[in-house]
Design a protein around this ligand. Structure first.
Ligand SMILES: Cc1ncc(COP(=O)(O)O)c(C=O)c1O
Length: 297
């Protein structure tokens, strides 16, 4: 089903929306992006997504495509025009702009801003708790994976390999044998002692907004969390494993390279974190809906 895209000031049917062949996003993957979930029509974690976009733009020396309040308004308008009044996602891309193809960029380019939004089936615990398989692959990406760049070829090829293997995701393995993250998600394990482990932030991984939410939820609920790298052997010896992302939330990982994690079923602590995460989304949606309706307290 076709939706409406926003491109540089215009709202158009997706089939009619177009970007110049000389857009540097197309020519060089010279751009950054964000994916934001909507629950009950409310943007989840808008502020952290804006903060990460700000970091990505600064890291590649690109300007904001428009003032932030205007950007917030366009985001809402794209969601509205695509009737994302319940659950869905919004995709936002900023590229350095259009110029005759040359690696170095001229000063003063006007950034390209493009956005789409999609309705999704209702986010339910039952769907989100379905365990998934992952495969492992060498991490062949660049050394600034903390920037949410649209240069995703290794991620695309990794995810495709996973799909062809009947798996949901590929966990990427650094030269030292540790897991960095998934092609489109952060990677976690839970030890038999109940310790929740994920790789620390740094240039090797994208600082996931869901990762940060889960980190806070663990702290609020007095769950032991340690940020340190872990190996595939540790993951296979763990009690539970899971991955996090804006669209997968907290997803149990039940098989790695065709070997079971724990008893091969979604684990209790993973399910607890998923419940907490979904409750948090519900609360955010309720607070925003009440604020919109002008309800106090
Ligand atoms: C490489 C990578 N790591 C992690 C994530 C998870 O980030 P977030 O929780 O902000 O969706 C993503 C999301 O697309 C990703 O592409």
């Amino acid at each position: 089903m076709g939706g409406i895209a926003y491109v540089n000031g215009r709202y158009l049917p997706i089939a009619a929306a177009a970007i110049s062949v000389e857009d540097r996003g197309f020519q060089f993957a010279d751009g950054v992006y964000e994916v934001i979930a909507l629950h009950r029509g409310v943007l989840i974690d808008e502020e952290p997504h804006f903060a990460r976009l700000s970091r990505s733009l600064a890291a590649v020396g690109m300007a904001w495509p428009m003032p932030k309040p205007a950007l917030r308004a366009v985001i809402r308008e794209v969601a509205r025009r695509n009737r994302v009044d319940d659950d869905g996602t919004l995709y936002l891309q900023v590229t350095r702009g259009v110029s005759p193809r040359a690696h170095a960029f001229p000063a003063g380019l006007r950034p390209t801003l493009a956005m789409t939004a999609r309705r999704l089936p209702a986010f339910t615990f039952e769907r989100a708790r379905q365990g998934v398989a992952v495969i492992t692959l060498a991490d062949q990406r660049w050394s600034r994976c903390d920037i949410k760049s649209v240069a995703l070829l290794p991620n695309v090829l990794g995810k495709q390999r996973a799909a062809e293997s009947g798996a949901f995701e590929a966990w990427l393995i650094a030269g030292d044998g540790t897991v960095t993250e998934g092609t489109a998600s952060n990677a976690w394990i839970i030890t038999k002692g109940g310790e929740i482990i994920t790789r620390p932030l740094g240039h090797a991984i994208l600082g996931g907004i869901t990762r940060e939410a889960v980190r806070c939820l663990a702290a609020e609920n007095q769950l032991a969390l340690v940020e340190r790298p872990f190996t595939v052997a540790e993951a296979l010896a763990a009690a539970e494993a899971f991955l996090t992302s804006t669209t997968s939330f907290v997803r149990p990982v039940v098989r790695i390279d065709d070997k079971p994690v724990g008893d091969g079923r979604p684990g209790p602590l993973t399910e607890r974190l998923l419940r907490l995460y979904m409750q948090r989304m519900d609360q955010a949606a309720t607070v925003t809906a009440r604020a919109r309706a002008g309800v106090k307290g």
